[in-house]
Ligand binder design. Structure first.
Ligand SMILES: Cc1ncc(COP(=O)(O)O)c(C=O)c1O
Length: 366
């Protein structure tokens, strides 16, 4: 079986060892603060009795699952707290393969590279469907690609790397297609708190036994190192996913879950609004500077990535390394996300130096 290592770490390492100052726009590691209640929750946990340091329930701390279930308007029995959104996606994709309803994963192109990697690792075949220039799904192409061999359609909204937010009709149609072909729709919503368009609709609002929704606190609370995410399964699919989660991990980490629970209980809407506001400012500044650099780019409707294309400078790994060495800006090569955007470079706006980076790009390409 063949599966590839995602390229992120390779580029990060290259940028880290460069001989010059480099603005790192490679990874989606937030540089902003988590909510105050998260740190307080963690401090409090450190002083808890020893019993609180032992295994939590395998599917997650009961109160955390209840809190998530209430917010997502589902029964707590359908929620599994996972080791980040990464494990939630793995459980969903593995569950799709276990149903013996085919072996093909329908993914978008460009794609978050961990999906094809996971699909291949699970023994599935991958079919990539190019999206429209603006990042929205090409539903004619999706309809054609989804067949009775499809086990799972994997989509991500708000989207990494395109920044697209899919309208409700798109999600509705995907659910119908999954139902019609006895497949599962996996909607990865890890950027659900980063919608700038106001159009984001969770797939959970469309009731179906054929869709799984995953999310994570990595980005929501700026804690990619805590490793807390979750999956919401249909009742008919959840038990086996819980068993897989238990066999692979025993359970998740309790301090992280306790801190996330504290943050959920005590964080008001201002936290999320402030983060979105500061990201909007970054997006505007970065896009203005890209205009000055004469680049094509997509202004994100959600998440915090910008895809940009510079004339005569395709987004290959080699060119990305040249940009690191000669312009002092590190992005991700478009070719890491499939073939549809291999001319493009993805920049993560997880640095207060986003504007400076864009100015460096403008200077380099002028
Ligand atoms: C689309 C998407 N899904 C899942 C993840 C993984 O999230 P987590 O850190 O919660 O595993 C990421 C991380 O960048 C992502 O961009």
């Amino acid at each position: 079986m063949d599966y590839d290592e995602p390229l992120f770490f390779h580029v990060i390492q290259y940028a880290h060892h460069a001989d010059r100052d480099v603005v790192d726009m490679v990874s989606g590691n937030p540089d902003w603060d988590p909510p105050a209640a998260l740190r307080e929750g963690l401090h409090e946990y450190a002083d808890a009795p020893t019993a609180a340091f032992q295994y939590p329930p395998s599917d997650g701390l009961r109160e955390l699952r209840e809190e998530i279930a209430e917010r997502r308007n589902v029964d707590p029995s359908r929620v599994i707290v996972t080791i980040g959104g990464g494990e939630a996606n793995y459980l969903a994709m593995a569950r799709a393969m276990e149903r013996d309803a085919g072996d093909e994963f329908v993914l978008t192109d460009p794609v978050y590279p961990y999906y094809p990697g996971k699909a291949q690792m699970l023994g599935g075949r991958v079919r990539m469907v190019p999206v429209h220039e603006n990042g929205q799904l090409d539903m004619d192409a999706m309809r054609e690609a989804i067949t009775d061999e499809t086990v799972c359609i994997v989509v991500n909204t708000p989207n990494n790397p395109t920044g697209a937010v899919y309208p409700r009709e798109t999600i509705e149609e995907l659910v119908s297609l999954a139902e019609a072909h006895d497949a599962l729709l996996l909607a990865d919503e890890v950027y659900d708190h980063f919608d700038f368009s106001g159009d984001f609709e969770s797939a959970l609002t469309i009731d179906s036994d054929h869709r799984i929704v995953t999310s994570s606190y990595s980005k929501t609370f700026a804690i990619t190192g805590f490793r807390v995410g979750y999956a919401v399964f249909p009742e008919s699919l959840v038990e086996k996913a819980k068993t897989r989660h238990m066999l692979v991990n025993v359970t998740g980490a309790r301090p992280s879950q306790a801190a996330v629970l504290a943050a959920l209980q005590s964080t008001g809407p201002e936290y999320y609004e402030d983060v979105r506001d500061s990201l909007r400012t970054r997006i505007d500044a970065f896009c203005d500077a890209l205009d000055a650099a004469g680049a094509d780019y997509t202004r994100p409707e959600g998440a915090f990535y910008v895809l940009a294309r510079f004339d005569g400078f395709p987004g290959t790994m080699e060119n990305v390394k040249t940009l690191i060495d000669e312009a002092g800006v590190a992005g991700m090569p478009g070719e890491a996300f499939g073939t549809a955007r291999d001319e493009w470079i993805r920049f993560a706006l997880c640095t207060p130096r986003a504007q400076e980076a864009a100015e460096r790009l403008a200077e380099y390409f002028s």
